[in-house]
Design a protein around this ligand. Structure first.
Ligand code: NAD
Ligand code: MG
Length: 393
């Protein structure tokens, strides 16, 4: 029996994980479940999956959650410190499925406690990947990627020293074929409608800007230890080939599967074994052909910004991520337009001197400063012609 702690249990990855847990009651049990704000859903999940602990990040929701679970055999706590503490509780695997840099402290806490981590929370790696991989090397905690592309690479990676290139595929998002001018008017509802995957709002917007693929390049760099110039992106609108590894002899190994997150999650949960999933099977004869194209960095500048941050290293990815979190939230709230997401990130990167080495204190400090700078640009976008200037530049 594998005992699981699921950080971010009420989200999209959390739901797919719990679906697999429910289908495999002989294999998995739940030690702890956490959520950001949604105490009702967390209470429901606690009644179904019977964890020992639940934690809600939002302290204002503690009283409601505690009342909803009164009399149940579960400890209830709230706040950031409780979140990190529960991640250290004995478990066989921590599923890191919080969205954003908020997931960094508990995810790092699990790794530091030597607990294997099934990692969906890419922002944690983008912000503090060197700290995370160093802690994993020190404690021996495995980092098992859940992100579909990285899980694909993990499945086909043999001898790292013989790898010549790693390629992540991207669906291209809902605006793959849209002229840049038309993107100025797209709404949050259009942007979250992903063509092939069903996911949380933030990653769906990141997929529409291609920032998601940029974050994933940084994630891959930390996970697989290749040089930045060995990492590539290929647009593959069907989302059936998830990642490819080219070796020095010219062989290319790829992983294919339906666009259902339960496939990579099942792989990470059961690793090094495999479990059955109920997902639709690939019918390649019916699909007929697989399509690929180059990404367009002019229409999707977020990808180029992330590639530059990866090449510059140090705290640049942390700035990129923080500014992007602020900009995506502002877009979802209708405060800035779609094109201004990358513009706010670019302006924040330009404004900030952030070539500090990566320590946890640096990461938190840089993250907070970058959020403040990005907020200023968000406000400026609303008030002035900043948007037009940035879009034209
Ligand atoms: P989601 O928005 O659906 O769920 C996020 C979860 O995090 C929820 O449980 C929420 O309550 C919790 N949360 C949010 N803010 C929090 C905070 N400040 N403190 C503590 N908890 C907080 O997101 P998702 O789509 O499930 O994505 C989760 C992570 O997995 C992201 O990093 C995303 O990039 C990555 N990922 C998701 C998918 C997918 O298919 N959804 C695929 C690959 C990678
Ligand atoms: Mg992905």
């Amino acid at each position: 029996m594998k005992r699981l702690t699921i950080l971010g249990a009420t989200g999209s990855v959390g739901a797919s994980t719990l679906d697999l847990v429910a289908r495999n009651p002989d294999r998995f049990s739940v030690t702890a479940l956490t959520a950001g704000k949604d105490w009702r859903r967390l209470a429901e999940l606690a009644r179904t999956f019977r964890p020992d602990h639940v934690v809600i990040a939002d302290e204002a929701a503690f009283a409601d959650l505690a009342e909803a679970l009164a009399g149940e055999p579960v400890t209830v706590s709230a706040g950031a410190a409780a979140l990190a503490a529960v991640a250290r509780e004995p478990a066989d695997l921590v599923v890191a499925a919080i969205v954003g840099a908020a997931g960094l402290p508990p995810t790092l806490a699990a790794v530091e406690a030597g607990i294997p981590v099934a990692l969906a929370n890419k922002e944690a790696l983008v912000c503090a990947g060197s700290l995370m991989t160093a802690a994993a090397a020190r404690t021996g905690a495995a980092l098992l990627p859940i992100d579909s592309e990285h899980n694909a690479i993990f499945q086909v990676l043999e001898d790292r020293s013989r790898v010549s290139r790693i390629v992540l595929t991207a669906s291209g998002g809902p605006f793959r074929q849209m002229p840049r001018e038309a993107m100025a008017a797209v709404t949050p509802a259009q942007a979250v409608k992903h063509p092939t995957w069903s996911m949380g709002a933030k990653i769906s917007i990141d997929s529409a800007t291609l920032m998601n693929k940029g974050l994933e390049l940084i994630e891959a760099w930390h996970l697989f230890g290749v040089r930045p110039d060995q990492l590539g992106v290929l647009v593959h609108p069907q989302s059936l080939v998830h990642g490819l590894v080219e070796y020095v002899d010219g062989s290319v190994l790829a992983q294919l599967g339906p666009a259902d997150m339960r496939v990579p999650i099942a792989h990470a949960l059961a690793w090094p074994e495999r479990i059955a999933t109920p997902v639709e099977r690939l019918d390649l004869a019916k699909i007929g052909r697989l399509e690929f194209e180059e990404p367009d960095r002019e229409r999707f500048p977020a990808l180029a910004l992330a590639e530059a941050a990866l090449a510059e290293g140090q705290c640049r990815p942390c700035v990129l991520n923080a500014a992007n979190e602020v900009a995506v939230a502002a877009f979802l709230e209708g405060r800035i337009g779609f094109l201004e997401i990358a513009a706010v990130v670019a302006a924040t990167l330009e404004a900030m001197d952030s070539r500090c080495p990566e320590s946890l204190a640096d990461v938190f400090e840089t993250d907070a400063r970058a959020r403040a700078v990005a907020q200023q640009y968000v406000t400026r976008v609303k008030q002035s012609s900043f948007a037009g200037q940035r879009a034209a530049g």
